[in-house]
Design a protein. Structure first.
Length: 121
């Protein structure tokens, strides 16, 4: 039961982050919060599949600057693919997806920092 609650909390936080970045018009747009929830689910599933495929091929993300750049490229690809499947979500090309991936990472970091500052996480 505890893991179901943590998955739901993660889903809501991811949807809020996607919705905020969508409102910033940085390459990603989301029509509603419901679309953001669906996008969070689809993005998670596609990212898990891509990371599983890369791991099966023996490709690791690594650390440092190169690892961060590779993860941003993978995140941009995930956003592009997700934009094809999620109604109410659109991505403006690879450059828009790349900027949105950076924005999602920054907003997610800020959100987690705020939650930990108030003692929630």
């Amino acid at each position: 039961m505890n893991s179901i609650i943590s998955i739901l909390v993660y889903l809501i936080i991811a949807a809020i982050v996607i919705w905020i970045v969508g409102k910033l018009n940085l390459g990603l747009s989301v029509k509603s919060f419901g679309s953001a929830i669906i996008a969070a689910i689809v993005i998670t599933l596609i990212a898990d599949i891509i990371y599983w495929l890369l791991g099966s091929l023996g490709i690791t993300m690594g650390g440092g600057i190169i690892g961060a750049i590779i993860q941003l490229i993978v995140a941009a690809i995930v956003l592009l693919v997700s934009g094809m499947f999620v109604p109410g979500m659109s991505v403006k090309g690879f450059s828009g997806a790349f900027i949105a991936a950076i924005s999602i990472a920054v907003v997610n970091w800020l959100f987690n920092w705020l939650l930990s500052a108030v003692g929630f996480v």
